[in-house]
Ligand binder design. Structure first.
Ligand code: EPZ
Length: 420
């Protein structure tokens, strides 16, 4: 096991470079299953889930070769196992992303049903219903989704009763090689969905409307190999900007894109932050501290649920009382008890957290419970005077590439300790 140890209380000042987005890279890698040729992926972050996905593709028979830490080439033409077994994917929730591509390419697929996780049940019923509309026969046996489409998948009209990011991505990929036109209504509008559509178009797919609530895909017989570029990680970007704001510092994140973060930046400004944006950087500073503001998580372009925990940490030391409502996941307040251990004044009322700002947080030993909760504890530790020890940091490594190195670029006193 590993701990992260932070000596906090120092304003963080400096510049870090954003990595490629985890939540863009995972569907992009799954899309390699559709390509009739080698695909080279650029700016792929070095994270546990990414390694799991590339190992899965190699196990299926693909040829996977890393050109360097963040660039790899995948050729799935020799792949012949349309499966994602539990043993291989049990730690990666996004395994469902290979279901649509495997089914439309091989006419069958057996994919381990993703388990729940700390933040919620995480069902994939909407993915499965959509595939059935396209002609798939779906059963669930012994924890696996077994899908068959012996006559191939056919295009259809699909309305997502709830906005689902990976559901939109999964079905968009299946529709690329399906027979005829598919319309996805009430589709997710996240930048990662647009990155996937842009990439599939570059390989020959016919997709329109991505970034809006209605996406139309005309099925084609094949798509080629080529080069695919991952967008900047907007959640990582905002996490480091929040590190500057919570400590009263001044942080710039480079190689990123402010257009992905309108909701976060609007709330940061409302809270009194100075915000400066350029073509490929964002700078935030809070020389006069922060004022409490309310947030309500929503699908993009609303305030991202993946930034709720980080923003809550900021509000713990803001002036006034903030109401934070989590509308996407049923259990995404696991960080609250840990922040309270650090002196935060938070009361939960159903899906709303009432956060009363305090003058200072106090360093303490705390436990990471899920990816973004862990990030909020790193931010709180950076703000709290004294030594904060965060255990179970494997959660952090799922979404933040080289977090200690990047935090040190901002002046943080942070180390990773290996504990038996
Ligand atoms: C994606 O998860 C992201 N993961 C999550 O990021 C992110 O929090 C989430 O979208 C929301 O933005 C990846 O992209 C790999 P959903 P996803 O399907 O697609 C319910 C992180 O921290 N739902 O949009 O799994 C679901 O329970 C991670 O980086 C169904 O009921 O989320 C949830 O309440 C965490 N049935 C809501 O919809 C379904 O079939 C939104 O889930 C699918 C979803």
């Amino acid at each position: 096991m590993e701990n992260i140890v932070i000596q906090g209380g120092v304003p963080l000042v400096g510049s870090v470079e954003s990595s490629g987005a985890k939540n863009a890279a995972l569907p992009l890698l799954a899309a390699a299953i559709l390509a009739d040729g080698a695909v080279t992926f650029h700016r792929i972050p070095h994270l546990n889930d990414i390694s799991t996905m590339t190992k899965l593709l190699a196990w299926q028979g693909a040829d996977v070769s890393y050109d360097d830490r963040n660039r790899l080439t995948i050729d799935t033409r020799a792949a012949n196992k349309p499966e994602a077994p539990y043993e291989l994917v049990k730690t990666m929730r996004a395994s469902s992303l290979v279901l649509g591509p495997l089914l439309v390419r091989f006419g069958e697929a057996r994919v381990s049903l993703p388990g729940g996780c700390a933040i919620g049940a995480r069902p994939i019923d909407l993915h499965l219903k959509a595939l059935e509309v396209m002609g798939a026969e779906i059963t669930v046996e012994h924890g696996d989704v077994i899908a068959k489409a012996t006559h191939g998948l056919k295009g259809g009209y699909i309305f997502f009763e709830q906005v689902t990011v990976t559901g939109t991505e999964n079905i968009m990929m299946a529709a690329v090689l399906a027979d005829g036109e598919t319309i996805l209504d009430n589709a997710a509008r996240e930048p990662e969905v647009v990155n996937l559509a842009d990439s599939l178009r570059a390989l020959g797919a016919k997709i329109e409307g991505d970034g809006t609530g209605t996406i139309t895909i005309q099925g084609v017989s094949s798509i080629s190999g080529g080069d695919i570029y991952t967008i900047a990680d907007r959640i990582e970007t905002a996490t480091y900007l929040a590190a500057g704001l919570i400590t009263g510092g001044d942080v710039t994140v480079t190689k990123t894109d402010a257009k992905y973060l309108d909701a976060f930046l609007a709330k940061a400004k409302e809270s009194g932050a100075e915000v400066e944006v350029g073509d490929d950087f964002i700078r935030c500073a809070a020389p006069h501290g922060l004022k409490a503001v309310n947030i309500h998580t929503m699908p993009h372009p609303g305030f991202p649920t993946d930034l709720q925990a980080q923003f809550m940490a900021m509000m713990c030391v803001a002036e006034g009382t903030s109401l934070i409502s989590e509308t996407i996941f049923e259990n995404r307040f696991m960080h609250v008890q840990e922040l309270i251990r650090m002196g935060a004044d938070i009361q939960l009322d159903g899906h709303t957290a009432v956060v009363k700002g305090v003058a200072k947080l106090s360093a303490a030993p705390v436990m990471a419970t899920d990816l973004r909760a862990s990030a909020s504890l790193v931010l709180a530790g950076a703000a709290a005077e004294g030594e904060t020890v965060i255990s179970r940091v494997y959660h952090i490594d799922r979404g933040y590439e080289r977090i200690e190195e990047k935090m040190r670029c901002l002046g943080a006193k942070i180390e990773r300790h290996y504990v038996s």
